[in-house]
Write a protein that binds this ligand. Structure first.
Ligand code: UDX
Length: 433
Protein backbone atom coordinates (compact mmCIF):
# COMPACT_ATOMS: atom_id res chain seq x y z
CA UNK A 1 0.00 0.00 0.00
CA UNK A 2 1.14 3.58 -0.57
CA UNK A 3 1.43 5.32 2.73
CA UNK A 4 2.16 8.88 3.76
CA UNK A 5 3.19 9.80 7.28
CA UNK A 6 3.22 13.47 8.25
CA UNK A 7 5.43 14.18 11.28
CA UNK A 8 8.57 12.25 12.19
CA UNK A 9 8.48 12.32 15.98
CA UNK A 10 8.34 9.11 18.01
CA UNK A 11 4.94 8.10 16.67
CA UNK A 12 5.51 9.14 13.05
CA UNK A 13 8.95 7.57 12.73
CA UNK A 14 7.91 4.30 14.34
CA UNK A 15 4.75 4.15 12.20
CA UNK A 16 6.63 4.90 8.98
CA UNK A 17 9.43 2.44 9.72
CA UNK A 18 7.11 -0.40 10.75
CA UNK A 19 4.74 -0.04 7.78
CA UNK A 20 7.78 -0.01 5.47
CA UNK A 21 9.10 -3.12 7.24
CA UNK A 22 5.75 -4.79 6.50
CA UNK A 23 6.35 -4.22 2.79
CA UNK A 24 4.47 -0.96 2.14
CA UNK A 25 5.74 1.98 0.10
CA UNK A 26 6.13 4.77 2.66
CA UNK A 27 6.95 8.46 2.35
CA UNK A 28 7.42 10.28 5.66
CA UNK A 29 7.45 14.07 5.80
CA UNK A 30 8.47 16.66 8.34
CA UNK A 31 8.64 20.43 7.99
CA UNK A 32 11.99 20.39 9.83
CA UNK A 33 14.42 20.26 6.93
CA UNK A 34 17.43 19.60 9.17
CA UNK A 35 15.71 16.56 10.63
CA UNK A 36 14.87 15.21 7.17
CA UNK A 37 18.43 15.82 5.91
CA UNK A 38 19.73 13.90 8.91
CA UNK A 39 17.26 11.06 8.44
CA UNK A 40 18.37 10.80 4.83
CA UNK A 41 21.94 10.43 6.12
CA UNK A 42 20.89 7.78 8.64
CA UNK A 43 21.09 10.11 11.65
CA UNK A 44 18.10 9.57 13.96
CA UNK A 45 16.55 12.56 15.79
CA UNK A 46 15.95 10.47 18.91
CA UNK A 47 17.59 7.61 20.76
CA UNK A 48 15.30 4.62 20.37
CA UNK A 49 16.50 1.00 20.44
CA UNK A 50 16.26 -0.64 16.99
CA UNK A 51 15.07 2.50 15.20
CA UNK A 52 18.23 3.25 13.25
CA UNK A 53 18.48 -0.33 11.98
CA UNK A 54 14.86 -0.57 10.78
CA UNK A 55 15.00 2.88 9.13
CA UNK A 56 18.27 2.14 7.35
CA UNK A 57 17.14 -1.29 6.21
CA UNK A 58 13.89 -0.01 4.70
CA UNK A 59 15.46 3.10 3.18
CA UNK A 60 18.02 0.83 1.50
CA UNK A 61 15.25 -1.32 0.06
CA UNK A 62 13.47 1.77 -1.28
CA UNK A 63 10.39 1.22 0.86
CA UNK A 64 10.97 4.27 3.05
CA UNK A 65 11.64 7.81 1.88
CA UNK A 66 11.89 11.08 3.77
CA UNK A 67 10.94 14.52 2.52
CA UNK A 68 10.30 17.96 3.94
CA UNK A 69 7.63 18.50 1.30
CA UNK A 70 4.35 17.56 3.03
CA UNK A 71 2.35 17.99 -0.14
CA UNK A 72 4.51 15.59 -2.15
CA UNK A 73 4.13 13.02 0.62
CA UNK A 74 0.36 13.51 0.73
CA UNK A 75 0.12 13.05 -3.04
CA UNK A 76 1.99 9.75 -2.68
CA UNK A 77 -0.22 8.18 -0.03
CA UNK A 78 -3.52 6.33 -0.34
CA UNK A 79 -3.51 6.25 3.43
CA UNK A 80 -2.31 9.44 5.12
CA UNK A 81 -1.23 9.29 8.75
CA UNK A 82 -1.26 12.54 10.69
CA UNK A 83 1.43 12.17 13.36
CA UNK A 84 2.30 15.79 14.08
CA UNK A 85 2.74 17.09 17.61
CA UNK A 86 -0.23 18.00 19.77
CA UNK A 87 1.57 19.98 22.49
CA UNK A 88 -0.17 21.52 25.49
CA UNK A 89 -1.05 25.23 25.43
CA UNK A 90 -0.38 27.37 28.53
CA UNK A 91 -3.85 26.46 29.86
CA UNK A 92 -3.19 22.75 29.15
CA UNK A 93 -5.66 22.65 26.28
CA UNK A 94 -4.34 20.62 23.35
CA UNK A 95 -2.82 22.68 20.56
CA UNK A 96 -4.47 21.40 17.38
CA UNK A 97 -3.04 24.00 15.05
CA UNK A 98 -0.48 21.60 13.52
CA UNK A 99 -3.13 18.93 12.95
CA UNK A 100 -5.43 21.51 11.36
CA UNK A 101 -2.64 22.81 9.12
CA UNK A 102 -1.99 19.30 7.86
CA UNK A 103 -5.72 18.87 7.24
CA UNK A 104 -5.67 22.03 5.11
CA UNK A 105 -2.65 20.78 3.16
CA UNK A 106 -4.41 17.46 2.57
CA UNK A 107 -7.46 19.30 1.25
CA UNK A 108 -5.35 21.36 -1.11
CA UNK A 109 -3.62 18.33 -2.63
CA UNK A 110 -5.82 15.25 -2.82
CA UNK A 111 -7.47 14.31 -6.10
CA UNK A 112 -8.69 10.78 -5.37
CA UNK A 113 -10.15 8.80 -2.46
CA UNK A 114 -7.89 8.86 0.64
CA UNK A 115 -8.09 7.44 4.13
CA UNK A 116 -6.89 10.10 6.54
CA UNK A 117 -5.80 8.65 9.85
CA UNK A 118 -5.02 10.60 12.97
CA UNK A 119 -2.65 8.85 15.34
CA UNK A 120 -1.58 11.61 17.72
CA UNK A 121 -3.28 11.84 21.12
CA UNK A 122 -6.06 14.35 20.61
CA UNK A 123 -9.23 15.49 22.35
CA UNK A 124 -12.38 13.52 21.62
CA UNK A 125 -14.13 14.97 18.55
CA UNK A 126 -10.87 15.92 16.78
CA UNK A 127 -11.79 13.51 13.98
CA UNK A 128 -14.92 15.57 13.33
CA UNK A 129 -12.79 18.71 13.29
CA UNK A 130 -10.33 17.23 10.79
CA UNK A 131 -13.20 16.15 8.56
CA UNK A 132 -14.78 19.59 8.57
CA UNK A 133 -11.46 21.42 7.95
CA UNK A 134 -10.77 19.18 4.95
CA UNK A 135 -14.32 19.58 3.62
CA UNK A 136 -14.05 23.35 3.96
CA UNK A 137 -10.78 23.55 2.05
CA UNK A 138 -11.35 20.96 -0.67
CA UNK A 139 -11.10 22.45 -4.14
CA UNK A 140 -13.34 19.84 -5.77
CA UNK A 141 -15.75 17.25 -4.50
CA UNK A 142 -13.50 14.30 -3.53
CA UNK A 143 -14.35 11.33 -1.39
CA UNK A 144 -12.28 10.79 1.75
CA UNK A 145 -12.67 9.17 5.15
CA UNK A 146 -11.25 10.13 8.52
CA UNK A 147 -10.10 7.39 10.88
CA UNK A 148 -8.83 7.52 14.45
CA UNK A 149 -6.08 4.97 15.05
CA UNK A 150 -4.46 5.92 18.36
CA UNK A 151 -0.87 4.90 19.04
CA UNK A 152 0.03 3.24 22.32
CA UNK A 153 3.80 2.90 21.88
CA UNK A 154 6.12 3.59 24.77
CA UNK A 155 9.40 5.39 24.35
CA UNK A 156 12.29 2.98 24.65
CA UNK A 157 10.24 0.13 23.13
CA UNK A 158 8.61 2.08 20.29
CA UNK A 159 9.45 -0.35 17.49
CA UNK A 160 8.53 -3.48 19.42
CA UNK A 161 5.29 -1.88 20.64
CA UNK A 162 4.37 -0.89 17.08
CA UNK A 163 5.17 -4.33 15.64
CA UNK A 164 3.59 -6.23 18.53
CA UNK A 165 0.85 -4.06 20.03
CA UNK A 166 -1.59 -5.37 22.67
CA UNK A 167 -4.43 -4.19 20.45
CA UNK A 168 -5.16 -2.12 17.37
CA UNK A 169 -7.91 0.44 17.78
CA UNK A 170 -9.62 1.69 14.64
CA UNK A 171 -12.23 4.40 14.96
CA UNK A 172 -14.01 4.46 11.63
CA UNK A 173 -17.48 5.23 10.45
CA UNK A 174 -17.04 3.95 6.90
CA UNK A 175 -16.80 0.30 5.82
CA UNK A 176 -14.50 1.24 2.98
CA UNK A 177 -11.98 2.88 5.34
CA UNK A 178 -12.29 0.06 7.89
CA UNK A 179 -11.42 -2.47 5.19
CA UNK A 180 -8.35 -0.45 4.14
CA UNK A 181 -7.19 -0.25 7.76
CA UNK A 182 -7.77 -3.96 8.41
CA UNK A 183 -5.76 -4.82 5.30
CA UNK A 184 -2.96 -2.51 6.38
CA UNK A 185 -2.74 -4.20 9.77
CA UNK A 186 -3.30 -7.73 8.47
CA UNK A 187 0.33 -8.74 9.06
CA UNK A 188 0.34 -7.64 12.67
CA UNK A 189 -0.88 -10.24 15.12
CA UNK A 190 -3.09 -8.34 17.56
CA UNK A 191 -6.79 -8.06 18.30
CA UNK A 192 -8.42 -5.30 16.24
CA UNK A 193 -11.22 -3.32 17.78
CA UNK A 194 -13.34 -1.23 15.45
CA UNK A 195 -15.34 1.56 17.02
CA UNK A 196 -16.83 4.89 16.14
CA UNK A 197 -14.25 7.69 15.93
CA UNK A 198 -15.07 9.32 19.26
CA UNK A 199 -14.77 6.07 21.20
CA UNK A 200 -11.37 5.40 19.62
CA UNK A 201 -10.20 8.87 20.59
CA UNK A 202 -11.42 8.29 24.13
CA UNK A 203 -9.72 4.88 24.40
CA UNK A 204 -6.36 6.61 24.13
CA UNK A 205 -6.98 9.26 26.77
CA UNK A 206 -8.72 6.74 29.02
CA UNK A 207 -5.82 4.26 28.82
CA UNK A 208 -3.16 6.83 29.62
CA UNK A 209 -5.26 8.31 32.43
CA UNK A 210 -5.85 4.89 33.94
CA UNK A 211 -2.15 3.98 33.85
CA UNK A 212 -1.16 7.31 35.39
CA UNK A 213 -3.77 6.78 38.09
CA UNK A 214 -2.28 3.37 38.83
CA UNK A 215 1.12 5.02 39.34
CA UNK A 216 -0.28 7.72 41.60
CA UNK A 217 -2.21 5.10 43.56
CA UNK A 218 0.93 3.13 44.34
CA UNK A 219 2.79 6.35 45.15
CA UNK A 220 0.06 7.33 47.63
CA UNK A 221 0.32 3.83 49.12
CA UNK A 222 4.06 4.39 49.42
CA UNK A 223 3.30 7.28 51.77
CA UNK A 224 1.21 4.98 53.94
CA UNK A 225 3.97 2.35 53.88
CA UNK A 226 6.55 4.89 55.02
CA UNK A 227 4.32 5.89 57.91
CA UNK A 228 3.66 2.30 59.00
CA UNK A 229 6.91 0.48 58.28
CA UNK A 230 5.29 -1.59 55.52
CA UNK A 231 7.07 -2.24 52.20
CA UNK A 232 5.46 -0.83 49.05
CA UNK A 233 7.24 -3.38 46.83
CA UNK A 234 5.66 -6.25 48.75
CA UNK A 235 2.28 -4.54 48.74
CA UNK A 236 2.52 -4.07 44.95
CA UNK A 237 3.51 -7.70 44.52
CA UNK A 238 0.58 -8.88 46.62
CA UNK A 239 -1.86 -6.63 44.79
CA UNK A 240 -0.40 -7.42 41.39
CA UNK A 241 -1.01 -11.14 41.68
CA UNK A 242 -4.72 -10.41 41.55
CA UNK A 243 -5.39 -10.90 37.83
CA UNK A 244 -7.86 -8.05 37.88
CA UNK A 245 -5.13 -5.65 39.03
CA UNK A 246 -1.82 -6.84 37.54
CA UNK A 247 1.70 -5.90 38.68
CA UNK A 248 2.56 -3.51 35.81
CA UNK A 249 2.57 0.23 36.53
CA UNK A 250 2.67 -0.34 40.27
CA UNK A 251 6.25 0.86 40.72
CA UNK A 252 6.47 3.58 43.32
CA UNK A 253 8.94 6.37 42.66
CA UNK A 254 9.38 10.08 42.08
CA UNK A 255 6.40 10.12 39.72
CA UNK A 256 5.61 9.89 36.05
CA UNK A 257 7.01 12.24 33.42
CA UNK A 258 7.53 12.18 29.68
CA UNK A 259 5.79 13.69 26.73
CA UNK A 260 2.50 11.86 27.26
CA UNK A 261 1.20 11.30 30.76
CA UNK A 262 1.63 14.81 32.25
CA UNK A 263 0.09 16.55 29.25
CA UNK A 264 -2.57 13.92 28.52
CA UNK A 265 -3.86 13.84 32.08
CA UNK A 266 -4.12 17.63 32.21
CA UNK A 267 -5.74 17.71 28.79
CA UNK A 268 -8.29 15.09 29.77
CA UNK A 269 -9.18 16.99 32.97
CA UNK A 270 -9.70 20.02 30.77
CA UNK A 271 -11.72 18.20 28.11
CA UNK A 272 -13.98 16.74 30.81
CA UNK A 273 -14.45 20.17 32.36
CA UNK A 274 -15.48 21.60 29.00
CA UNK A 275 -17.98 18.76 28.72
CA UNK A 276 -19.41 19.72 32.12
CA UNK A 277 -17.81 16.93 34.17
CA UNK A 278 -15.36 17.34 37.02
CA UNK A 279 -12.99 14.35 36.64
CA UNK A 280 -11.80 14.64 40.24
CA UNK A 281 -9.94 11.31 40.33
CA UNK A 282 -7.63 12.59 37.58
CA UNK A 283 -7.00 15.80 39.48
CA UNK A 284 -5.87 13.68 42.42
CA UNK A 285 -3.66 11.62 40.07
CA UNK A 286 -1.98 14.81 38.93
CA UNK A 287 -1.65 16.30 42.44
CA UNK A 288 -0.11 13.13 43.86
CA UNK A 289 2.35 13.04 40.98
CA UNK A 290 3.41 16.64 41.60
CA UNK A 291 3.88 15.95 45.28
CA UNK A 292 6.18 12.95 44.66
CA UNK A 293 9.11 15.09 43.58
CA UNK A 294 8.45 17.59 46.40
CA UNK A 295 8.45 14.80 49.00
CA UNK A 296 11.67 13.50 47.52
CA UNK A 297 13.35 16.91 47.78
CA UNK A 298 12.24 17.07 51.44
CA UNK A 299 13.80 13.65 52.00
CA UNK A 300 17.12 14.79 50.55
CA UNK A 301 17.09 17.81 52.84
CA UNK A 302 16.06 15.74 55.85
CA UNK A 303 18.92 13.27 55.48
CA UNK A 304 21.57 15.62 54.15
CA UNK A 305 20.74 18.64 56.31
CA UNK A 306 21.52 22.04 54.80
CA UNK A 307 22.42 21.24 51.18
CA UNK A 308 24.25 24.53 50.66
CA UNK A 309 27.75 23.80 49.36
CA UNK A 310 27.17 20.05 49.45
CA UNK A 311 28.04 17.92 46.43
CA UNK A 312 25.22 15.66 45.26
CA UNK A 313 25.82 12.87 42.77
CA UNK A 314 22.85 12.10 40.51
CA UNK A 315 22.35 8.88 38.56
CA UNK A 316 19.76 9.16 35.80
CA UNK A 317 18.17 12.22 34.22
CA UNK A 318 15.78 11.00 31.51
CA UNK A 319 12.11 10.59 32.50
CA UNK A 320 12.54 6.82 32.27
CA UNK A 321 15.23 4.34 31.14
CA UNK A 322 16.13 3.55 27.50
CA UNK A 323 15.37 7.02 26.22
CA UNK A 324 17.19 10.34 26.04
CA UNK A 325 13.89 12.18 26.47
CA UNK A 326 13.96 14.87 29.16
CA UNK A 327 10.40 16.15 28.66
CA UNK A 328 8.70 16.52 32.05
CA UNK A 329 11.43 14.43 33.66
CA UNK A 330 11.05 14.55 37.46
CA UNK A 331 14.84 14.98 37.63
CA UNK A 332 14.41 18.58 36.45
CA UNK A 333 12.35 20.02 39.37
CA UNK A 334 14.38 17.96 41.86
CA UNK A 335 17.77 19.17 40.60
CA UNK A 336 16.60 22.75 40.20
CA UNK A 337 15.21 22.87 43.75
CA UNK A 338 18.46 21.52 45.21
CA UNK A 339 20.51 23.97 43.15
CA UNK A 340 18.38 26.87 44.36
CA UNK A 341 19.41 25.90 47.88
CA UNK A 342 23.08 25.91 46.93
CA UNK A 343 23.80 22.23 46.20
CA UNK A 344 26.46 21.32 43.63
CA UNK A 345 25.08 18.70 41.25
CA UNK A 346 27.26 16.16 39.44
CA UNK A 347 25.17 13.91 37.21
CA UNK A 348 25.49 10.95 34.91
CA UNK A 349 22.96 9.50 32.47
CA UNK A 350 23.79 6.92 29.77
CA UNK A 351 21.87 8.76 27.01
CA UNK A 352 20.21 11.97 28.18
CA UNK A 353 23.15 14.22 29.07
CA UNK A 354 23.09 15.94 25.67
CA UNK A 355 19.44 16.95 25.99
CA UNK A 356 19.81 17.64 29.73
CA UNK A 357 22.65 20.05 28.95
CA UNK A 358 20.16 22.31 27.17
CA UNK A 359 17.96 22.45 30.28
CA UNK A 360 20.17 22.16 33.34
CA UNK A 361 23.37 23.93 34.36
CA UNK A 362 25.09 21.08 36.17
CA UNK A 363 28.34 19.17 35.97
CA UNK A 364 28.06 16.11 33.74
CA UNK A 365 30.14 13.05 34.60
CA UNK A 366 31.66 10.36 32.45
CA UNK A 367 30.45 7.44 34.55
CA UNK A 368 28.28 6.61 37.57
CA UNK A 369 31.50 6.28 39.60
CA UNK A 370 32.60 9.73 38.54
CA UNK A 371 29.23 11.10 39.75
CA UNK A 372 29.65 9.35 43.10
CA UNK A 373 33.22 10.56 43.66
CA UNK A 374 33.44 12.71 46.80
CA UNK A 375 29.68 13.28 46.87
CA UNK A 376 27.83 13.89 50.13
CA UNK A 377 24.95 11.78 48.81
CA UNK A 378 24.01 9.82 45.72
CA UNK A 379 20.51 10.19 44.24
CA UNK A 380 19.08 7.70 41.74
CA UNK A 381 16.40 9.34 39.60
CA UNK A 382 16.06 6.93 36.62
CA UNK A 383 16.21 3.14 36.85
CA UNK A 384 18.67 2.41 34.02
CA UNK A 385 19.82 -1.24 34.09
CA UNK A 386 23.40 0.01 34.21
CA UNK A 387 22.76 1.37 37.71
CA UNK A 388 21.41 -1.95 38.94
CA UNK A 389 24.73 -3.61 38.15
CA UNK A 390 27.10 -1.12 39.76
CA UNK A 391 30.06 -2.22 41.85
CA UNK A 392 28.49 -1.05 45.11
CA UNK A 393 31.67 -1.60 47.08
CA UNK A 394 33.44 0.83 44.76
CA UNK A 395 30.55 3.31 44.96
CA UNK A 396 30.73 3.23 48.75
CA UNK A 397 34.47 3.81 48.75
CA UNK A 398 34.08 6.79 46.40
CA UNK A 399 31.29 8.56 48.30
CA UNK A 400 32.27 11.05 50.99
CA UNK A 401 29.21 9.89 52.89
CA UNK A 402 27.63 6.48 52.17
CA UNK A 403 24.14 7.93 51.72
CA UNK A 404 21.95 6.79 48.80
CA UNK A 405 18.51 8.32 48.32
CA UNK A 406 16.86 6.12 45.73
CA UNK A 407 13.94 7.68 43.85
CA UNK A 408 13.23 4.48 41.88
CA UNK A 409 13.68 1.63 44.36
CA UNK A 410 16.52 0.21 42.28
CA UNK A 411 18.28 -1.66 45.09
CA UNK A 412 17.11 -4.31 47.52
CA UNK A 413 17.13 -3.44 51.20
CA UNK A 414 19.26 -6.54 51.94
CA UNK A 415 21.91 -5.48 49.43
CA UNK A 416 22.11 -2.00 50.91
CA UNK A 417 22.30 -3.37 54.44
CA UNK A 418 25.05 -5.80 53.40
CA UNK A 419 27.16 -3.03 51.89
CA UNK A 420 26.67 -0.74 54.87
CA UNK A 421 24.90 2.12 53.13
CA UNK A 422 22.55 4.60 54.71
CA UNK A 423 19.75 3.93 52.23
CA UNK A 424 16.50 5.79 51.79
CA UNK A 425 14.00 4.74 49.13
CA UNK A 426 10.31 5.19 48.32
CA UNK A 427 7.69 3.49 50.50
CA UNK A 428 10.24 1.23 52.18
CA UNK A 429 12.14 1.11 55.47
CA UNK A 430 15.18 3.28 56.04
CA UNK A 431 18.37 1.23 56.13
CA UNK A 432 21.06 2.50 58.45
CA UNK A 433 24.68 1.38 58.33
C1 UDX B 1 3.13 6.27 27.74
C2 UDX B 1 2.14 5.12 27.51
O1 UDX B 1 2.60 3.94 28.16
C3 UDX B 1 1.96 4.89 26.03
O2 UDX B 1 0.99 3.87 25.83
C4 UDX B 1 1.51 6.18 25.38
O3 UDX B 1 1.35 6.01 24.01
C5 UDX B 1 2.49 7.30 25.66
O4 UDX B 1 2.68 7.43 27.07
P1 UDX B 1 5.78 6.61 27.71
O5 UDX B 1 5.53 8.05 28.02
O6 UDX B 1 6.78 6.28 26.66
O7 UDX B 1 4.41 5.88 27.25
O8 UDX B 1 6.25 5.92 29.06
P2 UDX B 1 5.78 4.79 30.09
O9 UDX B 1 6.70 3.65 29.99
O10 UDX B 1 4.34 4.52 30.00
O11 UDX B 1 6.11 5.55 31.46
C6 UDX B 1 5.52 6.81 31.76
C7 UDX B 1 6.05 7.37 33.06
O12 UDX B 1 5.51 6.65 34.16
C8 UDX B 1 7.57 7.31 33.23
O13 UDX B 1 8.00 8.54 33.81
C9 UDX B 1 7.80 6.17 34.18
O14 UDX B 1 8.97 6.33 34.94
C10 UDX B 1 6.55 6.28 35.07
N1 UDX B 1 6.18 5.02 35.71
C11 UDX B 1 5.76 3.96 34.95
C12 UDX B 1 6.20 4.92 37.09
O15 UDX B 1 6.57 5.87 37.81
N2 UDX B 1 5.81 3.74 37.67
C13 UDX B 1 5.40 2.68 36.95
O16 UDX B 1 5.04 1.67 37.55
C14 UDX B 1 5.37 2.78 35.54
Amino acid sequence: MKICVIGTGYVGLATAAVFAELGNDVVAADMDKGKIDNLNKGIMPIFEPGLKEIVERNAKHNRLHFTHDNKAAIKHGDVIFICVGTPPKDNWETELLYVENVAKEIASVIDSYKVIVHKSTVPVETGDKIRSVIKQHLKHEIEFDVVSNPEFLREGTAIKDTLEPDRIVIGSESDRASEVMKKLYSHIKAPIIITDIRSAELIKHASNSFLATKISFINALGQICERTGADVEKVAEGMGLDKRIGRAFLNAGIGYGGSCFPKDIQAFINISKNLGYDFSILKATHDINESQSKQYIDKVKKYLGDVHGKTIGVLGLSFKPNTDDMRFAPSIPIIEALQREGAIIRAYDPEAMGKAGQLLKIQFCKSPYDAAADADALLTLTEWNEFKRLDLRKIKSLLKNPLIIDGRNIYSLEEMKKHGFHYISIGRKEITP
